[in-house]
Design a protein around this ligand. Structure first.
Ligand SMILES: NC(=O)c1ccc[n+]([C@@H]2O[C@H](COP(=O)([O-])OP(=O)(O)OC[C@H]3O[C@@H](n4cnc5c(N)ncnc54)[C@H](OP(=O)(O)O)[C@@H]3O)[C@@H](O)[C@H]2O)c1
Length: 312
């Protein structure tokens, strides 16, 4: 498996379909092909998905579009979602089998347990999947510090390392930092993947009070009501970014990079790839980080997802 890029690309929005309008996007293989081409040509070769994103819609698009490339040129990251599992004897192996089929591969580079519903029950099920070679690295998502430590211990009994943690982290949502999870990951050489760094567009710069998120989408229900509270923060991000020719979204991503995380940026348009690349060059000073964190705290906006539990 190749080196892990500094930024991973996310595909939850690719899961929007007729029965699921979370993002309110209209994406298809045709509209997403230029995104994949641009991403692959700029070294963004780690693609994060999940069966849960449109019950396979996202995985299918990822598999179809990436199958144009040699398998060794890209890394696939997908998830077992306990909340979507039934009561069968091999729920994780079965969900993975479906993912492998849709992703058109015989292995995934990273396999995650999507939420910590039952750490004792689900963590051991990763072990045979690693041993069979279907899974190269394992991670846990939305787990708190105690759950991360327990998952690591369970895997350790089989000589398997917990390789990564994937939690919500942005200027507006720093619970994993406050809970000591990011520090713990750094100390134990576990990669911390930060998701929703752009708060699904609310910290991307093009949505504001006058330009709300797409009407009728689930993300609009979450964020449109709080856009007025974000005005000062996004104005400061814009001003800080302007000094380096960077956009609001690029500052948001640079912030997550400055904290030593691997951001997963949800990409829906070709132009976002060049933008994501630019964010790697943006350097925020300690004073700028403090200014942004102070303004973010002053918004009093809580962006905890409906699927998340508090980390502290
Ligand atoms: N493990 C978990 O429980 C979990 C939960 C959530 C997300 N994730 C993962 O993390 C990924 C990222 O989260 P997300 O997709 O929900 O939200 P996000 O990355 O915070 O925001 C993505 C949205 O921001 C806009 N955007 C992206 N790049 C941009 C740029 N350079 N400039 C301006 N706008 C830009 C796009 O919105 P428009 O298309 O509207 O412009 C895009 O849909 C997901 O795709 C998924 O892979 C995991």
């Amino acid at each position: 498996m190749g080196k892990q890029p500094a930024i991973a690309l996310g595909t939850w929005a690719w899961g929007d379909n007729a029965s699921n309008k979370y993002f309110g996007d209209t994406l298809s293989a045709e509209t997403l092909k230029p995104v994949v081409t641009a991403g692959m040509s700029r070294g963004f070769n780690l693609w994060d998905t999940a069966y849960a994103y449109g019950k396979g819609t996202s995985e299918r698009l990822v598999g179809d579009l990436l199958s144009a490339y040699p398998r060794m040129d890209y890394q696939l990251s997908t998830k077992f979602t306990p909340r979507m599992a039934g009561n069968g004897p091999h729920e994780m192996a079965d969900m993975l089998a479906g993912s492998l089929k849709r992703l058109r591969t015989d292995h995934v580079d990273l396999y995650w347990i999507h939420n910590p519903d039952d750490v004792e029950k689900w963590t051991p099920e990763l072990i045979p999947l690693v041993k069979s070679g279907q899974v190269k690295r394992v991670g846990v998502s939305n787990h708190n510090l105690a759950q991360i430590k327990r998952a690591s211990e369970i895997l350790g009994t089989a000589g398997i390392r917990l390789s990564a943690v994937q939690n919500h982290f942005s200027l507006l949502y720093r619970s994993s930092e406050r809970a000591g999870i990011i520090d713990y990951c750094h100390q134990h050489h576990i990669d911390f993947f930060a998701y929703m760094v752009l708060e699904q567009g609310a910290l991307a710069g093009h949505y504001d009070v006058d330009h709300p998120l797409p009407a009728g989408s689930e993300r609009a229900k979450v964020y449109n009501a709080v856009l007025p509270q974000l005005t000062q923060l996004t104005a400061a991000m814009r001003a800080i970014g302007a000094k380096q020719n960077a956009s609001v979204a690029e500052v948001a991503t640079a912030y997550a990079l400055a904290k030593g995380t691997t951001p997963i940026i949800g990409v829906t348009q070709e132009k976002y790839i060049a933008s994501t690349l630019r964010s790697e060059k943006v350097k925020l000073t300690p004073a700028e980080i403090t200014q942004l964190e102070t303004l973010a705290a002053a918004t009093h906006v809580d962006t905890k997802g409906f699927w998340e539990a508090p980390m502290v």
